[in-house]
Write a protein that binds this ligand. Structure first.
Ligand SMILES: [Zn+2]
Length: 153
């Protein structure tokens, strides 16, 4: 799903208003409803804020063969990249048992952190939404000394 948060348009990650971050966290929680998780029964949602204020959401999509399953964060990020987006301010993530509100934070897995490293600035915000609010991290907090495009010639 695609929407816009006008209040975050053209800002740096540290300047995103609190109201925009709260909206991003709310969108991540809502995106869980689009999860396909018949195996883990764990619904995860993500809401990715682009530099132009566009928000792409994603949910985890599982597969009977397991390994083709994809996380909510990558659904949102790959959709945004496919649409031509390359600059990202923040991502919110929420997860937990399907059909129930989140019980706490649900941080991105290592694979998603590596995918984020391809596109995220170190100061991009990662909002770990718990259904009531969110814990705020920078991307550098989540992947210190991460491998990215800067290491290749
Ligand atoms: Zn993941």
């Amino acid at each position: 799903m695609k929407t816009t948060i006008e209040a975050a348009k053209g800002l740096s990650p540290e300047a995103i208003p609190e109201s925009a971050k709260a909206e991003l966290a709310r969108l991540a929680v809502a995106a869980r409803e689009r999860s396909h998780c018949p195996y883990s029964h764990t619904a995860v949602g993500a809401a990715l804020l682009c530099a132009d204020g566009t928000v792409y959401t994603g949910a985890n999509i599982e597969n009977a063969a397991f390994s083709p399953s994809v996380c909510a964060e990558r659904v949102a990020l790959f959709t945004a990249v496919h649409e031509g987006e390359r600059e990202f301010l923040a991502i919110a993530v929420a997860g937990g048992e399907a059909g129930k509100p989140p019980k706490g934070i649900f941080p991105p897995c290592g694979v998603c952190r590596q995918v984020m490293a391809e596109f995220f600035r170190p100061d991009a915000r990662v909002l770990l939404a718990d259904g009531k609010g969110y814990a705020e991290r920078t991307f550098a907090d989540l992947l210190p000394d991460g491998f990215g495009p800067g290491f290749l010639l």
